[in-house]
Design a protein around this ligand. Structure first.
Ligand SMILES: Cc1ncc(COP(=O)(O)O)c(C=O)c1O
Length: 398
């Protein structure tokens, strides 16, 4: 018999792992499933990416190993975009690293800074790669709950001093998945100051920086003075350009930190496909124009979804960014049974807050991955589930 590692068995369940199987079963049974689970937009990737990729496939040199160095053209396009977008300068060779999606960098980063037993500070609810990567690297995860009364901000000054002293890494993600919260510059200054004081590496996950509404602009961590000493920042082409399956992102930061992540990754992968990097370079060079329609459509979906969910009896904030609605459930209704019933009985697929860790309980997440009409239909179905569960609760109580 093969014995699996303790490390593997300690990992929490991955929230999206079972969803495709359940969805397939329901569709096979004739159910009209509205999938608002994964943050995977229904829009196609930009034509510029598809054209560049098609041409790249005909260049044999781009079918070779990319290694960590990858395609200089991609690193240059990434650093040019960072400068245009945030006014931040990074060297394309020493301060930029191509990633196989930003998840690759986020999940591997703990191996570069964690010794067994060191603390990694993990926001909860939050993107699962933070806790998974940290635990695989032997970290002791310290769960920092994101609370509505603090605007879902990870407040380092709420963490005991003793823990901060043992911490080597913190993951900070704004615009946030799943809460859609955004951070002010003042919050980022506070966070950088604490990371500097305790020598904590600040992994700033900016995957949603361009999906912003009502004129809101999401900053880079490197707009904060002093951040260069302690931070690495992670970007993704997945969300802004509907390129989730292409697996392309990049990290930026000072050479020693980028070098450390590069060294770890040189043992686990050989970099993103060079043809994909070629297409990524073409996409980033046109990023500003390409994200406008994506952002506008998401804002239309946000408006339709918020209004329809409120009419269906739910409470939620109107988010300024990201591609999610984080919807409050009435107290006493647990998120997992709610999501299961909504899916099995109505075909509305949402993620229960508890899938993002216990601190996500009391909420469910909707990804704005379908158009306004389908969102309205999903809200109507979720409303019927809410009513039937509430009636059941009431009947049970009387
Ligand atoms: C907060 C956050 N960070 C990073 C990622 C990873 O994106 P990718 O690996 O596709 O770049 C996701 C994906 O859902 C996310 O929600």
């Amino acid at each position: 018999m093969i014995t699996l590692s303790d490390r593997l068995q300690r990992l929490p369940g991955y929230p999206l792992a079972e969803v495709p199987t359940i969805k397939r079963r329901l569709i096979a049974a004739g159910m009209d499933v509205i999938d608002l689970g994964a943050g995977d937009n229904d829009a196609p990737p930009p034509a510029v990416a598809v054209d560049a990729m098609t041409a790249a496939l005909r260049q044999p040199a781009l079918s070779k190993y990319g290694f960590q160095q990858g395609l200089l053209e991609y690193r240059q396009a990434a650093s040019r975009w960072v400068e245009r977008r945030f006014g931040v300068q990074v060297d394309p060779v020493t301060e930029t690293l191509p990633l196989i999606g930003s998840k690759d960098g986020l999940a591997h980063l703990p191996f570069a800074v964690i010794n067994p037993g060191d603390v990694s500070i993990i926001p909860e609810p939050g993107y699962q790669a933070y806790i998974g990567g940290s635990m695989l690297a032997g970290a002791h995860p310290y769960i920092a709950p994101l609370r509505p009364e603090h605007g879902f901000l990870l407040e380092l000054d709420q963490i005991p001093e003793e823990t901060l002293r043992r911490a080597r890494l913190v993951f900070v993600n704004y615009p946030n998945n799943p809460t859609a919260a955004v951070a002010t510059v003042e919050y980022l200054q506070r966070t950088v100051a604490i990371c500097r004081r305790y020598g904590i590496l600040l992994a700033y996950d900016n995957a949603y920086c361009d999906l912003t509404f009502d004129g809101y602009r999401a900053p880079s961590i490197f707009e904060i003075p002093g951040a260069r000493d302690v931070a690495l920042e992670f970007f993704s082409l997945s969300k802004s350009f509907s390129m989730t399956g292409w697996r392309l992102g990049f990290a930026i930061g000072r050479p020693e930190l980028i070098g450390a992540l590069t060294r770890i990754k040189s043992y686990t992968d050989t970099g993103p496909f060079l043809a994909v990097q070629k297409a990524g370079a073409a996409t980033l060079d046109q990023a500003e124009a390409l994200v406008i329609p994506v952002r506008e459509e998401l804002q239309r979906r946000r408006d339709a979804g918020v209004e329809a969910l409120r009419s269906a009896g739910f409470q939620l904030e109107t988010p300024k960014a990201a591609m999610y609605l984080w919807v409050n459930l009435p107290s006493g209704i647990a998120s997992a049974p709610f999501a299961t019933r909504a899916l099995e009985e109505t075909g509305a697929l949402v993620l229960p807050g508890s899938a993002f860790g216990p601190a996500g309980e009391g909420y469910f997440r909707i990804a704005l991955t379908v158009g306004p009409d389908r969102l309205r239909e999903a809200a109507r179905r979720l409303g019927t589930t809410l009513i039937s569960i509430s009636r059941g609760e009431l009947a049970a109580a009387t």
